[in-house]
Design a protein around this ligand. Structure first.
Ligand SMILES: Nc1ncnc2c1ncn2[C@@H]1O[C@H](COP(=O)(O)OP(=O)(O)OP(=O)(O)O)[C@@H](O)[C@H]1O
Ligand SMILES: [Mg+2]
Length: 264
């Protein structure tokens, strides 16, 4: 077993230490090491299939590394049983890529779901928390609405209210702005900033949306072929001389991408 890194400072809340993950012959994470600082927002960028969602799933123990370790504070996530993971999962909110709400449940019941699951049974407390979280995401008074009556942006905000229902220390946002128009996307960006500033939430945001990345990130990490190929502050990333990074953030196809197109 790999020992917890000795340089783990108080400010690091999550750490990947030489994580390898493959599915069959497909190598997805190839010796990935990454420190996530507390109370900051780390943005993970990278092409489709790079392993961004896989990386997030390791943090809550939905996937286990084949080799290497993932730490949350001093806990080695991949050595914990499902039962030991429960209290840790409470401390981490997950806004899933598909953000799915339960369509047959009202907005309020969607937000109540994790609370009831965690054993909270005071109806008064549940209703209070629903009201508080809807206020945070700017949807006060929407408790009784059904998901089918909401716009895409509103659904994302309800999913975010659900992800923060348990007052998590960390929120994992998997493509929170995908599919939203620029204005609705910016509402989500502002929420990510607000959660960090007002509630001291540590954020990990996976996105393809570079405007969002530059707006919310304290650090940006680019994943490619299972490895980190660039890491830095938004300012550093903007000027970093790395061909793959430049192609990605400028949205330009390279010769290889175009060759694939000609083969079609
Ligand atoms: N449970 C699984 N079983 C088999 N293969 C998987 C599994 N989960 C992910 N993969 C594969 O691992 C690779 C990385 O997947 P992942 O979902 O992390 O990509 P991503 O970077 O999030 O991409 P996108 O930007 O499209 O969401 C993909 O090729 C995917 O098909
Ligand atoms: Mg993904």
């Amino acid at each position: 077993m790999i020992q917890p890194p000795t340089d783990m400072s108080d400010q690091v809340i999550i750490r990947f230490a030489d994580v390898h993950k493959r599915f069959g012959s497909l190598v997805v994470l190839d010796g990935l090491s990454l420190a996530i600082p507390a109370d900051r927002t780390t943005v993970i960028i990278g092409p489709s299939g790079a392993g961004k969602s896989v990386l997030l799933k390791h943090i809550v123990g939905l996937l286990q590394p084949d080799q290497g370790s993932v730490y949350f504070h001093q806990h080695c996530i991949n050595e914990l049983s499902e039962r030991q993971l429960e209290p840790i999962r409470k401390r981490i909110g997950f806004l899933f890529q598909m953000g799915a709400l339960f369509d047959s449940m009202s907005v309020g019941e969607n937000i109540a779901f994790p609370l009831r699951h965690q054993g909270l049974n005071s109806e008064r407390d549940i209703q209070r928390i629903i009201g508080e979280k809807l206020a945070v995401v700017g949807l006060s008074g929407s408790e009784k609405k059904m998901p089918g009556d909401l716009s895409g942006g509103q659904k994302k905000r309800v999913a975010l209210a659900r992800a923060i229902a348990m007052d998590p220390e960390v929120v994992l946002y998997d493509e929170p702005t995908t599919g939203l128009d620029p204005i609705r996307a910016d509402v989500i960006n502002e929420l990510i900033l607000k959660l960090k500033e007002e509630l001291k939430v540590t954020g990990i945001v996976v996105t393809h949306d570079m405007a969002s990345a530059f707006k919310v990130a304290d650090q940006i990490v680019m994943l490619l072929n299972g490895k980190i190929i660039a890491q830095g502050t938004p300012e550093q990333i903007k000027t970093m001389e790395n061909e793959d990074l430049r192609h990605f953030i400028e949205g330009r196809a390279n010769a290889e991408d175009l060759k694939a197109l000609h083969r079609l």
